[in-house]
Design a protein around this ligand. Structure first.
Ligand SMILES: NC(=O)c1ccc[n+]([C@@H]2O[C@H](COP(=O)([O-])OP(=O)(O)OC[C@H]3O[C@@H](n4cnc5c(N)ncnc54)[C@H](OP(=O)(O)O)[C@@H]3O)[C@@H](O)[C@H]2O)c1
Length: 191
């Protein structure tokens, strides 16, 4: 697949980027993209020695989406980053906060933003979670990444941070509306 480096010099907002998405954050920074990483403890995710885009930590709590969005806006303003350079967002937010966080992001992201929404849930097939929850009326066209599991002769296991981050970067680069990490079927065989 052709890798899209056209966003070099631009900025991506990553909600929930300090855990399993750390390797993905690093990859984007290595491409020269600045990342606004939002979490309760955003400094936890600073990658060591990356020569590329900036890591912009923003403290935010999913259950307070208005202040989360305000903190993102303030961080951009403080660094003199124009909102026009914010080319998109990667969203890893757990239920029931996803939609309220996305509502607030509509004030930051442009209608042509690239928005990648990750769906994962140990109890329920992530495709069902999306069907029940996604709001198709967003101003942007959302790309969806479903987190599945890995299965081999030894049995089933959940995915590692590396596997999830690789799939995230692939989904970010791809023009596809739907992508998956690991396998989703049969969902009954998940760990
Ligand atoms: N299908 C699969 O195989 C699958 C799916 C999901 C996860 N996993 C695995 O499970 C492990 C744990 O996953 P996880 O869901 O805990 O994700 P995680 O990515 O490890 O952590 C969640 C992210 O969201 C932030 N966060 C959590 N609660 C928040 C809140 N209330 N407000 C704002 N930010 C918040 C965290 O930072 P702060 O805590 O600093 O806020 C962090 O950045 C991962 O290592 C992953 O590999 C596997």
């Amino acid at each position: 697949m052709e890798v899209d480096h056209s966003s070099k010099g631009q900025c991506v907002v990553i909600i929930g980027g300090t855990g399993m998405l750390r390797p993905a954050v690093r990859t984007l920074m290595e491409r020269g993209i600045s990342v606004v990483v939002v979490a309760r403890r955003p400094l936890r995710g600073v990658p060591p020695q990356v020569n590329g885009g900036a890591y912009i930590p923003v403290e935010g709590e999913w259950s307070a989406p208005e202040s989360l969005a305000e903190a993102v806006r303030d961080a951009l303003e403080d660094r003199g980053i124009s909102r026009s350079t914010v080319c998109g967002a990667i969203i890893w937010v757990h239920s029931p906060h996803r939609q309220s966080v996305l509502d607030e992001l509509t004030r930051i992201l442009k209608p042509d933003a690239r928005v990648l929404q990750l769906w994962g849930n140990a109890a329920q097939d992530p495709r069902e979670v999306m069907d029940n929850e996604d709001r198709p009326d967003r101003p942007w066209r959302t790309r969806h990444l479903f987190l599945g599991y890995h299965r081999d002769s030894g049995g089933s296991r959940w995915l590692t941070d590396g596997e999830i981050s690789r799939a995230t970067v692939l989904a970010w680069d791809s023009g596809s509306e739907y992508a998956s990490a690991g396998q989703l079927d049969p969902w009954e065989l998940r760990p």
